[in-house]
Write a protein that binds this ligand. Structure first.
Ligand SMILES: Nc1nc2c(c(=O)[nH]1)N[C@H]1C(S)=C(S)[C@@H](COP(=O)(O)O)O[C@H]1N2
Ligand SMILES: [Mo]
Length: 212
């Protein structure tokens, strides 16, 4: 099978698996998403997806975000450094590609535009990607053009509260308009590269250009 055909096949496989899963959900679970107040999903009803069973237990006191790779000014940022930077709030629906109907949540992120950090580190002109790393080893990649959009955030609050641990405490990526697999939780490193690096899901056939 060619790559394109294989991807279509994968999509079909994923779609049919999702239908089976949906078939098993109870009415109670299905209504959670609609029961949300103020249009937001309550933390209890917000789905959790992660590729491993390790839930990092990070503390803000020791938190470090390494920003490195093909840049003029590599940096390490503490949690304090990040929360002192100019922040914005962005309303979003985070949604998992493998079940876009039920694995989704309406939230408001608070965070620093990734663009702000990109301007600080100054990527070299040949950089094409920002690769994000989660503390447990997760990897996702973002094309640099997407990473520069003003609503792509280094997020540290959701609905005005610190991120719950399972949702990436203390810092994660938020990439509104793109599938959930680009939203790296427990973010510890941003690596700028001229190589076409693919993340965990991107290297398993999910689109690198993850627009919903
Ligand atoms: N570190 C890390 N981040 C991750 C993942 C992961 O396995 N590890 N899974 C991704 C996927 S596939 C999705 S859909 C979202 C889910 O985010 P949530 O659990 O906060 O809803 O996190 C993304 N970020
Ligand atoms: Mo996902």
């Amino acid at each position: 099978m060619g790559l394109v055909k294989r991807r279509d096949f994968l999509k079909l496989l994923i779609a049919s698996t999702s239908l089976l899963v949906i078939g098993k959900l109870s009415v109670q679970e299905c209504s959670n998403f609609q029961q949300a107040q103020n249009g937001l999903t309550s933390f209890g009803a917000w789905y959790v997806v992660q590729y491993s069973n390790v839930v990092p237990d990070l503390v803000t006191k020791n938190y470090m975000l390494t920003v490195d790779g093909e840049v003029e000014n590599p940096l390490t940022l503490t949690y304090d450094d990040i929360i002192k930077m100019p922040s914005v709030k962005v309303k979003d629906t985070i949604q998992c590609v493998s079940d876009p109907l039920f694995l989704k949540a309406n939230v408001v992120w608070t965070g620093v535009p990734l663009k702000y950090i990109i301007d600080m580190v100054k990527p070299k002109p040949n950089v094409i990607k920002v690769v994000s790393y989660g503390a447990e080893g997760y990897i996702a990649d973002l094309p640099i053009e997407k990473a520069m959009e003003p609503n792509v955030l280094i997020a540290y609050e959701v609905d005005g509260q610190p991120l719950p641990r399972v949702h990436g405490y203390p810092v994660r990526l938020a990439v509104p308009g793109w599938w959930g697999y680009t939203y790296t939780k427990w973010l510890v490193r941003l690596h700028f590269t001229s190589k076409n690096v693919l993340g965990y899901w991107e290297s398993r056939g999910y689109p690198d250009d993850a627009k919903k």
